[in-house]
Design a protein around this ligand. Structure first.
Ligand code: SF4
Length: 74
């Protein structure tokens, strides 16, 4: 069930396999924004919606189970 979540799935896999991290804002953009209809790479990069901020805060606090989310979406 990857329809609509391809960007999230790709980045989550990279993170869980150690090929990428969540080190800077670009990593969060790749994980959380890549599949968003409002996302245009290079434009309005400073815009951060409530969903982005919520998920970013949970990921930063290790309160979001990335592995389980990936399993559910794949
Ligand atoms: S910050 Fe929110 S609205 Fe903006 S591209 Fe990311 S998910 Fe979409």
């Amino acid at each position: 069930m990857s329809n609509g979540h391809a960007g999230f799935i790709k980045k989550a896999r990279e993170i869980l396999e150690g090929r990428s991290g969540l080190d800077d804002i670009e990593d969060y953009r790749a994980l959380l924004c890549e599949d968003c209809a409002f996302y245009h790479h290079g434009e309005e990069e400073n815009e951060e919606c409530g969903s982005f901020l919520l998920l970013k805060a949970l990921l930063e606090r290790d309160a979001f189970d990335l592995e389980r989310a990936l399993r559910e979406l794949e």
